[in-house]
Design a protein around this ligand. Structure first.
Ligand code: FES
Length: 200
């Protein structure tokens, strides 16, 4: 009698374990399905820049046109750009946080690290100020530095867009570049975080 009850208890425990295992497996499969759905739903217009993306003008006479190295004269003020997926030709203008500054400086004036993510002196940085997210649209052409017009943070594009002065707490995120067959494109995604620290 006792033996039978012990067998019953063992059988019940086995069933319980199987039920728990099935539930856990169900949760894993469910979470994987949710991840897949989320990945499918990423809006290509808000996706961050990635390797091989090209760039288009945000403003001016050439608004919407692809930016070539010839559009960026040496030591001229920065150009504001959005990345564009070269396969779909979708411009990633669905998020301000994709705004990019392009500038062409003398490679000899760049810090060693900055030179590693430039393409023959052409540099790309996030355009979003790390203080309160204004566009870093100002330029001082003697010292060759970016100026945020909102509260006058100064960034040095020759040295990784480090903060020289002002309330900005961090440097601008850099975007590595390359030129392939005369085409200017990203060599990867942003290095560092874009804009002010955001709570999730
Ligand atoms: S938003 Fe750029 S300095 Fe304040």
């Amino acid at each position: 009698m006792n033996n039978k009850c012990e067998t019953c208890a063992g059988h019940d425990q086995l069933l319980e374990r199987r039920t728990l295992l099935k539930a856990a497996l169900g949760m894993v499969v469910g979470l994987q399905a949710l991840d897949f759905v989320a990945a499918q739903e990423i809006d290509p217009k808000t996706a961050p820049p990635k390797e091989d993306d090209q760039f288009v003008f945000i403003f001016g006479e050439k608004k919407g046109e692809i930016i070539t190295p010839e559009d960026l004269p040496l030591n001229a003020p920065q150009v504001l750009a959005y990345p564009m997926d070269p396969k779909t030709r979708i411009v990633k203008d669905g998020s301000r946080f994709n705004r990019i500054l392009l500038i062409h400086l003398d490679p000899a004036e760049l810090s060693e690290e900055t030179r590693t993510h430039s393409a023959d002196g052409i540099l790309a940085y996030s355009a979003i100020c790390t203080h309160q997210a204004c566009d870093v649209a100002g330029w001082e052409d003697v010292k060759k530095i970016f100026i945020c017009p909102c509260h006058e943070s100064l960034y040095d594009p020759k040295d990784g867009a480090k903060v020289i002065s002002g309330p900005a707490p961090r440097k601008l995120a850099a975007l590595p570049l390359k030129v392939v067959d005369g085409v200017l494109m990203a060599a990867g995604g942003f290095l560092g975080s874009v804009g002010p620290k955001r709570s999730l």
